[in-house]
Design a protein around this ligand. Structure first.
Ligand SMILES: CSC[C@H]1O[C@H](OP(=O)(O)O)[C@H](O)[C@@H]1O
Ligand SMILES: Nc1ncnc2[nH]cnc12
Length: 334
């Protein structure tokens, strides 16, 4: 089959296996269900001890020849609620493909006036407002571990992304006069953290909640950074989310409260920018992963081996077998 960049491809016709390691993955959120400007070469279904991922994973190659895995967080037809996204299977499947770094996209509400709909935000911090109903660790009773999470995103990946994109001029305005901006910690006046609040959903927040989150220093709000970021950390994968602002939600009484219609309108404009940002970053981040200069994706290697509290000698074989899927060779299975 001859495939060309940008050509509409029948994904079901692609090979179901890919025999090389894929060091970089992109997770697409609401509105971003594929990377149309890349050349798809395989579509793989990965079974994990935590079930199947949200969708088959598409592997594409860039013009420079770098492979990248793409996974639609809510499924190819967006049939998964934020609370039902199988994040453990998603991260475990990417790990199995050899992924060392993930760039995750998310549609978010803005909690700050200066973050306008259609702006992009690269956050550095997270506040957890999920309700404890999402499985958020690969570990379980019988095998206890505690990953560090003070920096919920990978600082090296954050830096590479912030250094590769200007705050203004890269994102396109399309049909509005407003030129969308890219907000990163580096681009803020005082090198301030940008914080994503992760709520359970699926309903949006009340105005009182949103006002509270603003007093907490929240920059944007979504329903999906957790447990994805926690699981990526446990899997020793460098993870950074890029947030695409779609609305001011309802804290801003000068604006209409958020509706799915507003979100979808801005999402369409964000989609073209997301594809442009992804295509630009995939080559840059892949080159870093290959060169190893900044230790991107390798600085976390081995971290979970030393984060375990349980003596591996007393751990049930079934648990060790599950762990072997993520960390082959860390703990011997007798
Ligand atoms: C349709 S708006 C709410 C929905 O959009 C975001 O999804 P994602 O993060 O996957 O882009 C948000 O987190 C909610 O799940
Ligand atoms: N206002 C909002 N709240 C939570 N998630 C969102 N995703 C997009 N807009 C959102």
């Amino acid at each position: 089959m001859s495939l060309h960049r940008g050509e509409k491809v029948d994904l079901s016709q692609l090979p179901h296996t890919f025999d090389k390691q894929v060091p970089l993955a992109v997770i697409g959120g609401t509105g971003l269900y594929d990377l149309p400007n890349l050349k798809p070469v395989a579509r793989v279904t990965v079974s994990t001890p935590w079930g199947f991922p949200s969708a088959p994973i598409t592997i594409s190659v860039t013009d420079q020849g770098y492979p990248v895995a793409f996974l639609a967080r809510h499924g190819q037809h967006h049939d998964l609620l934020p609370s039902d996204v199988p994040s453990r299977a998603n991260i475990a499947a990417l790990k199995k493909l050899g992924v060392k770094a993930i760039i995750a996209f998310s549609a978010v509400g803005s909690l700050q006036q200066e973050i306008r709909p259609r702006d992009f935000v690269v956050p550095t911090q997270v506040i957890d407002r999920t309700k404890g109903i999402r499985p958020s660790t690969f570990f379980e009773k019988g095998f206890v571990a505690h990953a560090m999470f003070g920096e919920p995103f990978d600082l090296t990946l954050n830096q590479i992304i912030s250094d590769s994109l200007p705050s203004s001029g890269f994102l396109e305005g399309f049909d509005t006069e407003h030129t969308p901006l890219l907000h990163t910690k580096k681009h803020t006046n005082k090198n301030e953290d940008l914080t994503v609040i992760c709520m359970e959903g699926p309903q949006f927040s009340t105005r009182a909640e949103l006002k509270l989150y603003r007093t907490w220093g929240g920059s944007v709000i979504n329903m999906s950074v957790l447990p994805e970021a926690k699981l990526a950390r446990e899997a020793e994968i460098a993870y950074q989310m890029i947030c695409m602002s779609t609305d001011y939600d309802s804290w801003n009484e000068n604006e209409e409260p958020v509706t799915v219609e507003t979100v979808v309108g801005n999402l369409k404009a964000n989609l073209a920018n997301a594809c442009k940002v992804a295509a630009h970053l995939i080559d840059i981040v892949s080159a870093e992963l290959v060169s190893g200069e900044k230790k991107l994706g390798t600085s976390l290697e081995g971290s979970m081996k030393y984060s375990v509290s349980t003596s591996p000698h007393g751990v049930k074989k079934e648990l060790l077998e599950k762990m072997h899927f993520l960390f082959p060779g860390y703990w011997p299975i007798n």
